[in-house]
Structures are given as C-alpha cells and as structure tokens.
Design a protein around this ligand. Structure first.
Ligand code: GAP
Length: 513
C-alpha cells in the first residue's frame, strides 16, 4: 500500500474506532489540536505507564514529579526560550501561505531520499536473493550522488541556522528552486524568526496582569525543582527526575495528525551527573532508550539514530531516535546532553544557588544534565500506525487488525457469550467481574461471534474469550489469540494467569535487562 494511503487508513481508523478525534469537531475543529477518545485514552495511558514503570519505578535513582504548566515568566528568560525558541518562517507572496523554511528544504531532501529508495527497490528486484543492500548503497554511483547532494544541503542548512544566517537559508531555497507545494510559485519573502511559545495572562484586571507562557517543554519544571527534590529525596548524583505532562507550541507547520500538535504531551527525564561524565551517560541513555523502544517488538528496522549537526542552545551533544512513520523516518525521541546550561541560567536569574555538595569529592558543583525527551502523542502514532494491518487471510478475505503490543492494548480481553441466552451471558459477566480487577475488560454480546472477533481485532484486543454451551458443564472457555487467530480451550480459573503472562510489564520490560 502506498505511504499516503496507509496514513489515510491510520487517520480514519483512529476516528472510526474511537481512538482520536479532532478537537471541537462540531465547530469544524481547531487546527493541530486533538482529543483522545474512549480507546485512545486507554492506549495513551498504557504508553505513559510503560514509560513511567521503565524510567521511574525500575530505577532506584530516578524519581518523578508533576510540576505545574504555568511557571514564573523569568523561567523562560533563563531557559533561553524567550530569545531563542524560534522557527525560521518564510511566506509565499502569491499563495499567501506560510512555511517553515527548514522544513521546505528537508522535504526537498526527502524527495531525493525517495529516489534512493526507488533505486534500492529496483536493484533488489533485479538481483533477487543475491542482493546486498549495504554494498549497493555504498557503491552504486547514482545512490552515492543522491546521498552526497542530501548531505551537502543539510550541512549547509545546519550551519546557516546555527549562525542565524537567514539570508543563506533563503538563498538555499532559491538555489534549489523550491516552489510552494500548493501553488508552485517561487515568489518568496525573506526568512524570519517566529517565537513558538503561547502567551497568556495572570490576573483579574487589565492594568494588573502578568504575562505568562504555557510551557513549551516540561523540562524546566524539573530544573527549577532540582534542589527541592535532591534535598527532600536525599538523592545522590547520579540521579534523575522524570515527569510527564502537557506542553504547548504555536507550531507553524501543523500537519501529519498527532505528529506535530499545538498542545501535546511529553515524557521527559533529566539525569543529573558529575561534570565530565556527561558523555558516558549520554551514550548509556541512548542505548537504554533504544532498548525500551525495541522491547515493544515493533521491529528493529523501524528505528534509527540521527546525531544532530545543529545543536540547540543548551546542548553539547544530541541525537534523535527516529521512527519509520507512514510518512517516512521522523524524530520520535530526543536524547540531549544539556551541559550545566539550565541550572546555571536559573542560578543567575533567580539569584539562588542550585548546586550539589558531593561528599566523595568534598566540593559543590552545578551538575551536568543528560535528558531523554519523548512525545507521548508521537509514540502513540508510532505504535498505532505500525500496528494497523489489512491482512489477507488464507481464504482470500481480508481482516483489519491492530496488532498492538499486548502490554499497551486498550482492552486486554473481550468476553463474548456465544448466544444471548441459556445462562451464557450470566457466566460471561461473572468472568468480566472477576478479571476487571486486574485488566481492562470488554463485554460484547451483539452480532455473530465472527463479527465480534473482527471488531475486537480492529480495536487491538489481544484475547477474545468465548463462553459457549460446554462452559455450562466443564467450566472451560475458548480463548482466541488476535494475531494468529488460534483458538484454545482453557479453564476459566486459568484465564487470569494466561492473560497476565502476555500483558504484564514484567513480561515486556525485562527484555531491557
Ligand atoms: N526538553 C527537550 C525538548 O522539548 P524537543 O526535541 O523539542 O526537546 C522532545 O521535544 C520531543 O517532544 C520530540 O522528540 C517529540 O517527540 C515531542 N514533540 C515536540 N514537539 C511536538 C509537537 N509539536 N507535537 C507533538 N510532539 C512534539
């Protein structure tokens, strides 16, 4: 299926099966703002809990907090967001549309990358089993030419952005003859910087208000609480503080569904380390976070690291974990070595010391920080889009199945009485009443059982448990597995264990080691 069609399927499935709705849809929606529906909120909560378990509860030296969205406005001066949290914008004078200049250039490179992929597909068809992808990519002159062009463009873009040379960004757009994707016009304005923070006001009367910002990242709530947590938790370096919560950005290019939203949720962890050890911890967290992703079994080939050429104002090293979304490889998570930039800046702006007394070294210092930062909504999209399959069955029919990792599935099991009579619904409801203490369980008695199986497949429910007439005499039920569609007869008393083994955090997370 073409990438575009796959993505359209993801969008319509998310809506039709109660995962994600456009915000305020009855008023024609609000651009790049979304609501999670009855199944979406369960999946989102499960992803958040999977992260929290792995990052906080399974690490003795990491604790969690939940800081407020509204913070003292000086926070954002200190963090650099007031001065430097900008996107380079360009307007097209004919279409009157506004674009992110860097995204126009990156999209241009993505088109060259598509050409590389075409060459690879052609060659793999030609050579069959003998095809060696790595060798082809590193020797084929056409592929090498394309790759060199991408590298040169991105290097120049990175340099122009970090030098704040916006004239060169425009020059690059003109040299590459990039046109407005909608109108085809090349009539561009100069490139300008645009601050992404949403402003709001605190106070009741017009002449007595304070300008505030909705936080654009959760990280600053951790930095300003660093000493409170360190002291009250008696934390010893190295240690981490984690939190999940909403962040807000006035994104210019708000598209690709929940990939780039104006209100979204982050799961961030700041790891405080001794100065000089940050490189080692940066590598460790890169490895650990990749293992967390791989533990979900979505396929190793769907992830890759992308080391940054252009570093944010606070970082001395940074990498993205990219995921293969239906629209190509894009950033899913960032791992940043943030140096002592934030704590030092908050010291300077607040006039308070934010230092750690190291008993082993017998001295105080401002710790360095390695951050892991993942968008919960992006993780949702990654899992959801990868899981959605239109599968052709042996008899030629197709089924739509959401092969979510069982640990994340919104509903773990659906209990289905074969018919709506003969005491079967009563037994089914008793099973629900027992299992719902441990798992999110659904009950469904409408339609033929085959249709009910299909409905649960589309919702990603890993187990369907059918109560039939044999259940009345032998206390057994049929358990059907979503992915294989295999069916097995099991005792009702064993259900809890069977489900637990497949959906428990332990089963999935112990792979990380
Ligand atoms: N504290 C560091 C920080 O915020 P970032 O790379 O700007 O770094 C981290 O954001 C993660 O947050 C990204 O990797 C992405 O998953 C998510 N994210 C950022 N902007 C987003 C948006 N507009 N919509 C959805 N997720 C977003």
């Amino acid at each position: 299926m073409a990438q575009e069609d796959k993505f359209k399927n993801v969008l319509s499935h998310a809506k039709e099966y109660g995962f994600v709705f456009q915000s305020s849809e009855i008023y024609d929606g609000l651009s790049a703002v979304y609501d999670y529906a009855q199944n979406g909120v369960e999946l989102k909560n499960n992803i958040r809990n999977y992260w929290w378990k792995a990052m906080v509860q399974l690490h003795e030296n990491i604790v969690g907090i939940d800081a407020a969205i509204l913070m003292h406005p000086t926070t954002w001066k200190a963090s650099g967001h007031v001065d430097a949290f900008n996107d380079p914008l360009i307007d097209n004078l004919d279409s009157k549309k506004r674009y992110r200049a860097d995204v126009l250039i990156e999209d241009y490179c993505a088109k060259i990358e598509a050409k590389i992929n075409k060459e690879i597909t052609k060659a793999s068809k030609r050579f069959g089993d003998a095809f060696n992808r790595d060798e082809f990519v590193s020797t084929n002159p056409r592929v090498l030419g394309y790759q060199e062009k991408i590298d040169t463009i991105l290097k120049r873009l990175g340099k122009s952005l970090s030098d704040e040379n916006l004239a060169d960004v425009k020059a690059l757009i003109e040299e590459l003859e990039i046109s407005d994707p909608l109108s085809g016009s090349k009539n561009w304005t100069d490139v300008k910087q645009f601050n992404l923070m949403f402003g709001t006001k605190l106070g009741a009367s017009a002449d007595n208000t304070t300008d505030l910002y909705l936080r654009p990242e959760t990280a600053q709530g951790i930095f300003v609480n660093f000493l409170n947590v360190q002291k009250t938790g008696r934390m010893k370096i190295p240690f981490g503080i984690a939190q999940t919560g909403k962040a807000f950005r006035n994104e210019i290019v708000a598209r690709q569904f929940i990939f780039r939203m104006r209100e979204f949720e982050q799961m961030e962890m700041q790891f405080f380390v001794k100065p000089g050890t940050q490189k080692e911890w940066y590598e460790k967290w890169k490895e650990n976070r990749m293992k967390w992703h791989l533990s979900l079994g979505l396929g190793k080939d769907n992830y890759r690291f992308h080391d940054h050429d252009k570093l944010a104002h606070y970082a001395d090293a940074a990498a993205d974990i990219e995921f293969k979304f239906p629209f190509g490889f894009k950033e899913l998570e960032g791992i940043h070595s943030r140096t002592d930039f934030d704590l030092k800046a908050h010291e300077e702006f607040s006039g308070k010391k934010l230092q750690y007394f190291d008993h082993e070294e017998n001295k105080s210092y401002v710790p360095y920080v390695v951050e892991t930062s993942i968008g919960l909504d992006r993780m949702f999209l990654a899992v959801f889009s990868k899981a959605l399959e239109d599968e052709t069955l042996e008899n030629g029919s197709t089924r739509t199945v959401l092969k979510l990792p069982a640990v994340l599935a919104p509903t773990k099991a659906a209990i289905l009485p074969l018919v709506k009579k003969d005491g079967l619904p009563e037994i089914a409801k008793k099973i629900v009443a027992d299992l719902q203490w441990d798992f999110n369980i659904a009950y469904d008695e409408k339609d033929a059982v085959g249709r009910r199986y299909r409905r649960q497949d589309a919702l990603g429910t890993p187990f369907c448990i059918t109560v039939d007439h044999d259940t009345l005499t032998d206390n057994t039920v049929t358990i059907r597995y979503r992915d294989t569609m295999d069916q097995q007869r099991v005792a009702i008393k064993d259900l809890k264990n069977i489900i637990d083994q497949e959906v428990s955090f332990k089963h999935w997370l112990q792979k990380i080691g």
